[in-house]
Ligand binder design. Structure first.
Ligand SMILES: [Zn+2]
Length: 511
């Protein structure tokens, strides 16, 4: 896609319109004025057309237009959000009628409205009846999407906008089949050249030989080290192991990744959760949906099939010793668990149709609708029992002291739409039994702590970066209000979610 289609008007287009506007004004002037007016108008019109052709050195020397400008709603040196309800991301109860001052991209002041006057000259935004929460820090996101059977299309540009529109200000890409795009988009967003969240760009999956057409096969510990080295040198900042990796290759990736400053997560199958914890992994994806620890005849280094593992989880005694000792091991070894209930919800009969489908290209929207109908009619689906069970297991893990973080995984059947799904994931944590404040904390501060960035992001506090989501209503009592996003501040700049979404509507799946 060219830049002309990304929601921006090109410079020539803008200047050309100015030329026509000048021409219109001059047509009026010609009717009213004498020859001086005519001469001036002739100069304006000729000048405007020269500029429209791109020949004006004066215009050419101006700095390029801010590519973020079409998406920005609020930007000022000092912004005061007044009469806001603040849900700070720590899990603490919300606070009513607060003033929050943003200066130089950071939170400069925060307190009760009565005792926190906005600074002189501040741009005032009245948030009566509205709430502010921290920008979401989501940990199982992707810049690709299932566009056809076995084919993953890179949708980095549209996805970046949708994530930001949904309130995500920081994310990990958690594996990909094209590491370069994640790295480049992460850098371009950091440089202010594209709108989107801050990105922890995960390297392409570290996996053994598999049937995935777009995945590299790592056959040994040496090859795992070479993979880690190559992608660390390119600029990847984290690693994700995948379903067919061997314990030896996983061990090498973990040890070498840590030496290169990269944390390692895994969507595992060939290696059990317990084995991976013993090898020193930092994080496991998909709650307990991907655990093969309880498959009776599990062969070392062999994936028995994800479905086999899921049957054992659906049948697992959640109060039994095997599950409790696995949880204890994960807690003792500080292995974080990423909840991605959103992707599994799309396979589960009787669940509501996901939000955001109208941003998809029509063919993909139709393909998901067919998959959704099939899932709804499947009387044998393991997910009918597995989905609520997995919610209880994730809650038990957190209650036992485990670090639960949140993500969405926009893959699967195609109904996990970035941004919309991130809001849904927080709602599903509430359905799983967390309070709204706890669910928001899992989706904000817990992610920031995992990334080692909680000194700067993940909660609302004086001195932290102003990454904030403004929503109508009160998500601390009605979690669905998390969908009513009015603006998303990243580094103190307030973006307009509607403009971000409108710029990609109907085209997600193409670019
Ligand atoms: Zn994933």
């Amino acid at each position: 896609m060219t830049h002309g289609q990304d929601g921006r008007e090109g410079r020539v287009g803008r200047v050309g319109r100015m030329g026509f506007a000048a021409l219109k004004r001059c047509a009026t002037a010609i009717g009213l004025r004498l020859s001086f007016g005519l001469t001036l108008c002739a100069a304006i019109v000729v000048g405007a057309f020269v500029v429209a052709q791109g020949f004006s050195p004066a215009i050419a020397q101006q700095p390029p237009a801010n590519p973020l400008a079409p998406f920005i709603k609020i930007q000022a040196p000092v912004v005061a959000l007044v009469h806001a309800r603040v849900i700070d991301g720590t899990g603490a109860p919300s606070r009513e009628d607060q003033t929050l001052v943003i200066r130089d991209g950071n939170i400069a002041a925060l307190g009760d409205s009565a005792r926190t006057p906005p600074p002189a000259g501040a741009t005032i935004v009245d948030l009566t009846g509205k709430s502010v929460l921290p920008g979401l820090v989501m940990m199982h996101e992707h810049l690709y999407y299932t566009t056809g059977p076995g084919v993953y299309g890179q949708l980095g540009v549209s996805f970046s906008r949708l994530y930001l529109a949904g309130g995500v200000t920081t994310m990990r890409t958690a594996g990909n089949v094209n590491g370069i795009m994640d790295i480049n988009i992460s850098r371009r967003i950091a440089a202010g050249e594209m709108p989107g969240p801050d990105i922890d760009a995960t390297a392409p999956y570290v996996n053994g030989p598999s049937s995935f057409l777009q995945m590299h096969a790592v056959r040994s510990a040496d090859e795992a080290r070479a993979h880690v080295d190559y992608w660390a040198n390119q600029g990847s900042t984290s690693l994700k192991a995948y379903m067919q990796i061997s314990r030896a290759a996983l061990k090498a990736a973990i040890d070498y990744g840590h030496r290169r400053g990269m944390k390692v997560t895994g969507h595992l199958c060939s290696v059990t959760y317990g084995e991976a914890a013993d090898l020193g992994i930092d994080n496991l994806e998909h709650g307990f949906f991907a655990a093969t620890d309880f498959v009776a005849d599990k062969q070392p280094d062999v994936c028995p099939g994800q479905a086999r593992g899921q049957q054992t989880i659906a049948a697992l005694d959640e109060n039994g010793e095997p599950f409790k000792s696995l949880v204890k091991k994960l807690v003792d070894r500080h292995v974080a668990l990423t909840s991605t209930l959103t992707v599994f919800e799309t396979f589960t009969p009787g669940r509501p149709l996901p939000q955001g489908l109208d941003v998809l290209a029509p063919q993909l929207k139709d393909a998901f609708q067919r998959a959704y109908d099939r899932a709804s009619q499947n009387q044998q689906s393991v997910y009918a029992a597995l989905f609520p069970k997995a919610m209880r297991l994730e809650r038990a893990f957190a209650k036992a002291g485990g670090t639960l973080i949140a993500g969405t995984d926009p893959t699967g059947a195609g109904g996990v739409v970035p941004g919309y799904a991130d809001q849904r994931q927080i709602e599903l944590l509430v359905e799983a039994g967390f309070t709204p404040a706890e669910a928001i904390s899992i989706g904000t501060l817990n992610g920031a702590k995992y990334l080692g960035r909680d000194a700067r992001i993940g909660s609302i506090a004086i001195g932290k970066q102003a990454d904030l989501v403004v929503v109508a209503g009160n998500p601390s009592t009605t979690i669905a209000d998390i969908r009513r996003v009015e603006s998303v501040f990243k580094g103190g700049v307030g973006y307009d979610p509607q403009k971000l979404v409108d710029s990609v509507r109907g085209q997600v799946g193409i670019w």
